[in-house]
Design a protein around this ligand. Structure first.
Ligand SMILES: Nc1ncnc2c1ncn2[C@@H]1O[C@H](COP(=O)(O)OP(=O)(O)OP(=O)(O)O)[C@@H](O)[C@H]1O
Length: 711
């Protein structure tokens, strides 16, 4: 019996087919599992036929129904894997199939496809233009270097005509995938050695011989990042029936490498810009850890309850709803986990105050003691010095290094300040209340004196965790191999947490990896959003140096973000309604649209305007499940970790972004001032990078200085 494999191009077309057409595909696919190759060729219903004038003689089409045909690559080398590459309307199927050529990459040994006709047609004209060009994008790389990276003769000829990145982009959909990726990395300034390591090395089979003489079946097996091989009828039914989520099946080699590495010697850190699949890598790592050993208990944490719910859902999808595996994972936030530990080991449930109540308490302290510091200064001192370093006595505080704080405090002043901390804590005690970070501190103490609760910990959205929360995670698992798998992006740090992971007993030295391909947003959205952060340096995740967004790329292209200023809030909101209606008219579902603003006040007004225009709207804070209809409205903070096809960011006005009240004046503390400003910038960056296809940023009055000017 032949075997079946599916290329990712197939899923892209299959996913949007109408139900009866999908049923037709399923019926046709079944035949591949029931019939022998000669029977397939003779089957009248399937009508497996060659494609006239095809560039690839292995190209066949099959009948799905009167209007649709499947495009199949049939083996002609004695191997037996048929590759389903597309489902196309009858009239287009033949010309689509005729132009495509599948080849085995000489370096990666993976199967890749090109639009051979288009490349042939374009190249001569481009060669003429290139002869007159001042410089060529790949001039500094010799043919030998490019060939070693897998570039073949036809692509090499085209490469020698490329003058700049824009032209490379225009070629992207035509070029064979691995070769294209090599060129994209070189164009970003990566050295051929880096590209070999990150693109070729991770794909090339260890036992690859000097020449690519593999059969089609072997080349298919080498292409796991783009092709799924189906092993049996049940798997086929399963895969065709479930909603398809590409990330479950097609991991980029850089994602696969970090997620499925058998074991790490200790904590490992995965960073990457927005949308690079860090959450996806974390989920696959959980799968790997669970399936590797039958008893392993995993703690998977994220930042908010809403994100925890979505992680749970996706993990269930990835594990095919396997209850036995799922029962060995706890998916939660660090705060909720800490709360559970304290409740269990102290025998009573703590009652943390919320952010607003905590602010009010500090106001009370300031009023009562009449000290020369603002409530904001005291709250930051408590969070960023006292709780960060876990200082518990006035003596410890008196001599502590106040890392990250730019103001000096002499010993006498520190004693005064400590009195405010004592008062704050005593008010809490009297109210039988506490704070989330104090619950974490208590949980860390309790864990230090008891057995770890889990065998492995996987941490998503790590950039915003406070040292008190890291201490909890450190205590949840015994130090050793595979103890902590940490994913995060320091450019998305929207709470004021300064962390040195090493000082918390979490050393990731030699075990840090970076993901660079953005699967979410178009290159246009990513590049524009990157401009929000480009004027300022950003610390890395572990607090040991700097991080940068250089070299991140997207696989998708689209329109540039739309930026517009209005004379009044009314006008801005009226334009929002029009924009959302426009998106809906394009067939985008309400739940695929996100509208966000820095504060709820503006969101409330947006809610009313949209509702008045009969646009369904829901607030993200009300935790609407995926099935709930309605445009999603969220504050910028609540946008963390989410994504939408279209995003409108409102009120990016000079007085709001940055919001002066949230920014410590330079005169009070210069370092804190910079760090507050950076946090505000990151907030806008997070909001904008939630958009997949369309981003609209607007303001009323003067524009925020964070908004990059479109060139
Ligand atoms: N290998 C893949 N193939 C297809 N889609 C992918 C792949 N990896 C990630 N994605 C998709 O890209 C999007 C972003 O992935 P994910 O949320 O894991 O990124 P992230 O790095 O955690 O993002 P952020 O830090 O911005 O929250 C999701 O829609 C995800 O399904």
């Amino acid at each position: 019996m032949p075997q079946l494999a599916f290329a990712n191009s197939f899923w892209e077309s299959y996913d949007v087919l109408e139900k009866p057409v999908k049923a037709g595909v399923r019926k046709a696919m079944k035949k591949f599992q029931l019939l022998t190759v000669p029977e397939l060729q003779a089957d009248k219903g399937l009508h497996l036929e060659s494609v006239q004038n095809a560039q690839d003689t292995r190209m066949r089409t099959i009948r799905i129904n009167d209007f649709w045909r499947g495009v199949v690559l049939a083996p002609n080398d004695g191997s037996d894997v048929f590759l389903l590459v597309n489902v196309v309307r009858h009239d287009d199927a033949y010309s689509w199939a005729a132009k495509r050529l599948y080849t085995t990459n000489s370096a990666t040994r993976a199967l890749e496809v090109r639009n051979v006709v288009a490349i042939e047609q374009l190249t001569p004209a481009l060669e003429k233009a290139a002869a007159a060009a001042d410089s060529l994008l790949f001039a500094k790389y010799s043919d030998t270097v490019l060939r070693e990276l897998g570039i073949d003769d036809q692509v090499l000829r085209a490469v020698r005509t490329i003058v700049d990145k824009v032209q490379l982009q225009a070629f992207e959909t035509l070029l064979p995938e691995d070769q294209c990726e090599v060129l994209q990395y070189l164009a970003e300034g990566f050295s051929p050695e880096d590209v070999y390591r990150d693109v070729v090395g991770v794909r090339r089979p260890v036992d690859a011989g000097p020449d690519p003489d593999e059969s089609l079946a072997v080349a298919i097996a080498n292409t796991s990042s783009r092709i799924t091989l189906v092993t049996g009828p049940e798997e086929l039914a399963d895969i065709l029936e479930k909603p398809f989520a590409a990330w479950r099946v097609f991991l980029h080699p850089s994602q696969r490498r970090v997620a499925y590495r058998t074991s790490y010697g200790g904590p490992v850190q995965i960073t990457g810009g927005p949308g690079t699949g860090k959450t996806v890598a974390a989920l696959h790592r959980v799968k790997h850890l669970l399936t590797r050993s039958p008893d392993t208990r995993v703690l998977l944490t994220t930042y908010t309850n809403a994100l925890a719910a979505s992680l749970r859902e996706n993990l269930s999808l990835l594990l095919d709803g396997d209850e036995v595996l799922l029962s060995r994972v706890d998916v939660t936030t660090v705060n909720a986990y800490a709360h559970g530990v304290v409740t269990r080991l102290d025998g009573k449930s703590p009652s943390p105050v919320n952010d607003r109540e905590e602010r009010q308490l500090w106001q009370r302290v300031v009023k009562q003691l009449g000290l020369p510091w603002s409530e904001q200064f005291l709250a930051q001192e408590y969070r960023n010095v006292v709780l960060t370093q876990d200082l518990r006595t006035p003596d410890a505080y008196r001599t502590a290094l106040r890392r990250g704080r730019g103001s000096t405090l002499a010993s006498a002043r520190r004693d005064e300040l400590w009195s405010s901390i004592e008062l704050f804590e005593s008010i809490l005690r009297n109210q039988k209340a506490t704070t989330h970070l104090k619950v974490c501190a208590r949980a860390a103490d309790l864990l230090a004196g008891s057995a770890p609760t889990h065998d492995r910990v996987v941490v998503d959205e790590a950039q915003d965790l406070h040292p008190a929360q890291w201490r909890v995670l450190r205590g949840a698992v015994a130090p050793g191999s595979d103890d902590l798998f940490i994913t995060g992006d320091p450019h998305q740090r929207i709470y004021d947490s300064k962390v040195s992971l090493k000082s918390l007993g979490i050393s990731v030295a030699g075990r840090t990896y970076r993901l660079r391909i953005n699967y979410r947003s178009t290159e246009e959205i990513l590049a524009w959003s990157t401009g929000i952060l480009s004027p300022v340096p950003v610390d890395d995740l572990g607090g040991e140096g700097g991080d940068s967004l250089a070299g991140y790329r997207s696989l998708l292209h689209g329109r540039r973000p739309h930026t517009s200023g209005y004379g009044s809030e009314q006008a801005e909101l009226a334009a929002l309604v029009e924009r959302v209606e426009g998106w809906l008219a394009q067939g985008i579902r309400p739940s695929e649209i996100g509208v966000c603003a820095r504060f709820n006040v503006l969101l409330d007004k947006a809610y009313d305007k949209l509702a008045a225009a009969k646009v369904p709207v829901v607030r993200v804070r009300d935790n609407p499940g995926p099935a709930v209809n309605g445009v999603r409205l969220a504050t910028m903070h609540a946008m963390k970790g989410l994504e939408f096809r279209c995003v409108a960011v409102l009120g990016v006005t000079a007085g709001t972004m940055p919001f002066a009240r949230e920014v410590t004046p330079v005169s009070v503390d210069a370092l804190q001032h910079d760090s507050d400003l950076l946090r505000e910038r990151c907030l806008l960056f997070v909001a904008c990078t939630r958009a997949r296809e369309a981003l609209a940023v607007s303001w009323n009055g003067a524009v925020s200085s964070f908004v990059p000017q479109l060139k």
